[in-house]
Design a protein around this ligand. Structure first.
Ligand code: HEC
Length: 413
């Protein structure tokens, strides 16, 4: 039986019946944890082991010590220092806050874990926009970009990017994650990090167009992104659970269809198998969008089955016309990539995001949550038209499904 769980914008998405209706959970009865997220700048895996307080911090991190051993409660001060600019932030963003106070609540029933997050946004509106394609009279070109992009910093393009909330999760199988969390995955060479790999370099060494998050175990030299291990070795690490789950709620590319992405990090930031909720709206061969709005049902989001129809080059396009660069495909999202449901509502300057994740997932690219289990969790928020390192991040917290932890999910009646 199917029931309606998430009413979104002008569309209502039917999802299979799955435990409690999150909209009916009484969150005022569920304890809240305060988690401070801070601006990390370019504090990469490599910086932490080489330049981090020249010696003391570096040696401790290399020895595998927990960040909070020395930095407990320092998030606010660290964020304030880094965001201003300096060794860890070469291109400070004007008006960016040093930290974000995140409120976290968790619950579960027989079928799902429910995670609820609330935070104030820097802007006085929700960040639901995404860079678009703009017709210049001849061609469709990308328009707008995240604040750290050079064209945006120079004022040549407007600042546009979706707000996001991301969770990195481990069940104890990734060495060091419980102590150093997301900082294991953030490396020099990645986009917007020191010594960013060029497209040609990334293609030659790892057969990708750029470098993204990776775990140390995926490289023969963890501090050199080029040294990726052979596929058979990576497969063995994955089969043994040596990856982190990555759940991303996106204000433009997943929220309108009541979802959060499901991905994982091992040798790259991968999406789970199956089909994702969003796809590129660009036809690379024809060099034009794939879909346009149904004239009668325009909206902010382009959703197949709802308001999208095949692009018509003869539709009288004028200079300045714009179309979304991604479309959403709620009916096609499937498999492991489509496990997480989510809904986010922005009201009074604050997002409230609720993620529902099935318990006991059996896919080889998921970390299964189970009653009694305790997990390590890193949380990030991308706020105010920014991507890559421009997020605010947390030190590791524990999440217990009915078990004692920093964030304890309580069993619903
Ligand atoms: C043995 C103690 C120790 C450990 C463990 C440690 N650090 Fe540090 N860290 C320091 C010291 C000391 C400084 C310098 C603080 C200062 O100058 O105010 C520092 C500075 C930093 C800074 C720069 C802050 C700023 O104001 O510019 C960052 C970022 C940082 N550490 C992140 C981490 C992370 C992430 C981890 C875990 C992977 C970690 N540290 C583990 C001792 C430590």
């Amino acid at each position: 039986m199917s029931k309606t769980l998430f009413a979104v914008g002008f569309a209502t998405i039917a999802v299979p019946a799955m435990g409690a209706d999150p909209a009916t959970i009484d969150w005022s009865k569920i304890p809240a944890s305060a988690v401070t997220l801070f601006y990390p700048g370019q504090s990469s895996y490599e910086w932490l082991r080489n330049d981090h307080k020249k010696g003391k911090g570096a040696k401790a991190v290399a020895d595998g010590q927990a960040c909070v051993r020395c930095h407990e409660g320092e998030e606010q001060a660290m964020g304030a220092a880094i965001v201003k600019g300096g060794a860890l932030e070469p291109t400070p963003v004007r008006g960016k806050q040093g930290h974000i106070d995140l409120k976290v609540q968790a619950a579960y029933d027989d079928k799902n874990a429910y995670l609820r997050f609330q935070w104030r946004t820097n802007a006085d509106r929700p960040g639901t926009a995404y860079p678009a394609y703009r017709f210049d009279g001849k061609e469709w070109k990308s328009y707008g970009g995240p604040r750290l992009d050079q064209e945006v910093r120079e004022g040549k393009e407007p600042a546009v990017y979706e707000d996001r909330l991301s969770l990195m999760l481990d069940d104890g199988k990734v060495p060091g994650f419980a102590r150093q969390g997301c900082w294991l995955t953030c490396h020099d060479g990645s986009r917007d990090m020191p010594r960013t790999a060029s497209t040609a370099e990334a293609q030659a060494a790892i057969n990708k167009s750029d470098v993204r998050k990776y775990l140390p175990a995926s490289r023969s030299n963890p501090a050199d992104w080029r040294t990726v291990k052979p596929a058979a070795e990576l497969a063995a690490i994955k089969a043994a659970g040596g990856f982190t789950d990555l759940v991303q709620w996106r204000a433009h590319r997943s929220n309108p269809v009541g979802a959060a992405d499901d991905g994982y990090v091992l040798e790259f930031r991968n999406f789970d198998s199956g089909k994702n909720h969003f796809a590129s709206n660009f036809d690379g061969k024809a060099k034009r969008p794939r879909f346009m709005f149904d004239a009668a049902k325009k909206g902010e989001f382009l959703i197949s089955g709802l308001n999208a129809q095949p692009f018509d080059p003869g539709a009288g396009w004028k200079e300045g016309d714009m179309l979304p660069s991604y479309f959403l495909q709620p009916a096609d999202a499937s498999g492991s990539a489509a496990d997480n449901k989510a809904t986010g509502v922005w009201k009074g300057g604050e997002w409230t995001v609720l993620i529902a994740r099935p318990l006991g997932l059996a896919n080889d690219d998921d970390k299964a949550l189970r009653e009694g289990g305790v997990y390590s969790l890193g949380i990030a928020v991308h706020d105010d038209n920014i991507t890559t390192r421009g997020h605010h991040v947390s030190f590791v917290r524990t999440l217990g499904i009915g078990a004692a932890a920093d964030i304890r999910a309580v069993k619903l009646p």
